[in-house]
Design a protein around this ligand. Sequence first.
Ligand code: SF4
Ligand code: SF4
Length: 101
Amino acid sequence: MEGDQRMSQQGITDRLFTIRYKCDETSHLKIKNERLCMDCSTKSCTFICPSDVYEWNDEQKRPTISFENCLECGTCRIACPSENIDWTYMRGGYGIAYRYG
Ligand code: SF4
Ligand code: SF4
């Protein structure tokens, strides 16, 4: 069992090693209409993202966006029930790169 866990952790480490970031200074993710977020019952963006990019800010009544951590998978755009996320790839030369092999 311990051996399995060690192998699994090693697998994750190997996969993370295949990811390389070059982060832009401006966000490629924007909320289109923050008022919709106030009334959003699911707040899907705050739990669907594999990289924890969105976090609900109770004071500001909207999600904060740590766009630097984005893996550009596109899930948040589909998961938002109001189609309220303006989603683009990072500008050319920025963003995530996956190394294969
Ligand atoms: S899921 Fe969409 S509407 Fe709801 S809080 Fe997130 S961005 Fe706003
Ligand atoms: S594109 Fe994927 S990784 Fe980036 S913020 Fe959306 S769900 Fe998270």
